[in-house]
Design a binder for this molecule. Sequence first.
Ligand SMILES: [Zn+2]
Length: 142
Amino acid sequence: MSGVRARRAPASALSQDATRTLSQAIVAGLRCACPRCGRGKLFQGFLSLRPRCEVCGLDYGFADSGDGPAVFIVLLGGAIVVGAALITEIEFQPPYWLHAVLWLPLILIVTLGPLRPMKGLMIALQFHHKAAEGRVYDIDRP
Ligand SMILES: [Zn+2]
């Protein structure tokens, strides 16, 4: 039987410096800092990554948080804003224009504000746990 199976690829870029603790990785991610050294900057724009760390040289090519940060932010921010709007409507029945004045800025604050730290956190956790895409290898080949 042919031995083509899927298994996790060795992540050489991710296997460096496994001595960092999970709490250090979380702090570095929330500070938008390099997941390996914790000192270099992770972003060069609002959400675009630098090619590599300017302090330790870690190549950020491994980093792919996808839509993960946006999903968490939308779910959490949506719960906060919708909950606040429902409570306000039930308690005070304000006019609709007041709802718009209250909740539209809050939506921007609770979604755009934490987006960058959340992306940094997910990349730091990806680095810490050495998470990478699965690869298909033929185990019959040397
Ligand atoms: Zn670094």
